[in-house]
Design a binder for this molecule. Structure first.
Ligand code: FBP
Length: 251
């Protein structure tokens, strides 16, 4: 088993996601959140157990700075825009494990679109990353997202459990999934993931109370934490919501 202590605290995880500039476009930012430096400040004030960047931002704002000692870096190794083929996505690898380590990453991440017809390409990239990351004791986080023609007409709860199981079988140490809509479905996904730990993503900015209620359900279902972006840095007071979320995760 790969040691997760660099990116967890007492077995729990709290990640600040900031790859949305590439994935969704800068339209999700305001004058503050468009600045990666501000995100690093939130990550430290909020005592996150990791910040998630693509390599360009990590190189320019994290590598060789004071932040290296203060918050662990999780580097996304693949990425795509939302401009191309949204119904059958493929997110190509754009950074190697070696490069991630040289930038200062404590863990690496890769998105698999479960249900995409590009499955074989993603499996092949994922398995090479898994082999290299684990040979260097670097944890691998699988973003296991349901997108593509194979998901059409299927039930989200069962598909989420399938995605979770896939993460286990492919060798992910942690998987990041979307909330499937009920505690029962999420609990089944966590069971399906076995010894692979589960975190849930934040999604679009929601009402704070509803978001925190969902976070409680996530923890009750057996997840080790959350990987959140927009619900933190789009909030009026990011540190306050981060603290409330932290209380739920480490209750
Ligand atoms: P959020 O908390 O902002 O949803 O971030 C989580 C995340 O997985 C990001 O890492 C990624 O950029 C984004 O969601 C993808 O969103 P979508 O699935 O809507 O394209």
């Amino acid at each position: 088993m790969i040691n997760l202590s660099k990116i967890t605290r007492n077995g729990k995880a709290f990640y600040l996601a900031y790859d949305q500039g590439m994935e969704l476009s800068p339209s999700v930012f305001d004058d503050e959140s468009v600045d990666p430096q501000k995100i690093l400040e939130i990550a430290i004030d909020g005592n996150f157990t990791g910040v998630i960047f693509q390599k360009g931002i990590a190189e320019k704002y994290y590598s060789n700075t004071e932040f290296v000692q203060k918050v662990p870096l999780i580097l996304k190794l693949n990425g795509k825009t939302n401009l191309v083929n949204p119904r059958d996505p493929y997110s190509p690898q754009i950074c190697s494990v070696e490069e991630a380590i040289s930038i200062g990453a404590s863990a690496v991440g890769y998105t698999v679109y479960v249900g995409s017809s590009h499955e074989s390409q993603m499996f092949s990239e994922f398995s090479k990353i898994e082999q290299e990351a684990h040979s260097k004791d670097i944890p691998l986080i699988g973003w296991m997202y349901l997108k593509g023609p194979g998901t059409l007409g299927k039930e989200v709860g069962e598909l989420t459990a399938y995605a979770a199981r896939l993460g286990l079988e492919m060798g992910a140490d942690i998987i990041k999934i979307k909330y499937p809509g009920s505690e029962e479905s999420l609990r089944w996904a966590v069971e399906s993931a076995g010894k692979t730990k589960v975190v849930v993503s934040g999604g679009i900015k929601a009402n704070e109370k509803e978001f925190l209620n969902e976070a409680q359900t996530v923890i009750d279902a057996g997840c080790i934490g959350m990987a959140v972006g927009r619900n933190i840095w789009q909030a009026e007071n990011p540190t306050r919501i981060a603290n409330e979320l932290k209380d739920i995760i480490w209750q």
